[in-house]
Design a protein around this ligand. Structure first.
Ligand SMILES: [Zn+2]
Length: 185
């Protein structure tokens, strides 16, 4: 998004797509921050999170597990980026007046939450999960567990590790932000 913005601004500085790319960029960052805050601060939730696919309780830190504190923390993380990017609201975008920066903030924060939801959903369904027979524990680590022994595939797509889930999180939020920005302009 940032690179497209840079290139387009050189060749077509008046393009209406520029602000949409800017908002998409903000949404992408918002999603990454929502994911981080949700994961780290979600540990403070008094009870265990539930898995987004089965709604069964899972240990804290499990990919795809959601909790109230984690979700609120995600919202805070997304909104922080939404405020920062929203303050840079372009005069050329939206319905004008005082609504524009607020709408830009809403689009970025909402798209960031959408990305975090995609992240949690993939983490609960298709993410590759392995089993360490030595520690008798589920893990995302492959081919070797942190104990040094090799892990066995338990469920999920073999190639879909946490890096791909994070990529899906930020890309889906970026596209959502870009589309909403074009739609609402
Ligand atoms: Zn192990």
């Amino acid at each position: 998004m940032a690179l497209s913005y840079f290139i387009l601004s050189r060749f077509s500085p008046a393009s209406e797509l520029l602000i949409a790319l800017w908002i998409g960029f903000g949404a992408s960052l918002a999603a990454a921050n929502a994911d981080t805050w949700g994961t780290e601060l979600g540990l403070l939730n008094p009870s265990k999170p539930v898995l987004l696919s089965t709604f069964r309780q899972v240990p804290k830190g499990t990919s795809g597990g959601v909790s109230l504190v984690g979700t609120l923390a995600s919202l805070g993380g997304s909104a922080l980026v939404g405020v920062a990017v929203g303050l840079q609201a372009s005069a050329d975008w939206g319905h004008g007046g005082d609504v524009r920066p607020f709408l830009q903030f809403l689009v970025i924060t909402g798209s960031g939450m959408f990305g975090a939801l995609v992240d949690s959903h993939l983490g609960a369904s298709l993410l590759a999960i392995y089993f360490c027979p030595t520690c008798k524990k589920k893990t995302e680590q492959h081919p070797l567990h942190r104990c040094g022994n090799s892990t066995e595939h338990l469920r999920g797509l073999m190639w879909l590790n946490n890096d791909w889930v994070n990529a899906a999180c930020t890309i889906s939020a970026g596209i959502m932000g870009l589309l909403l920005a074009i739609l609402l302009n």
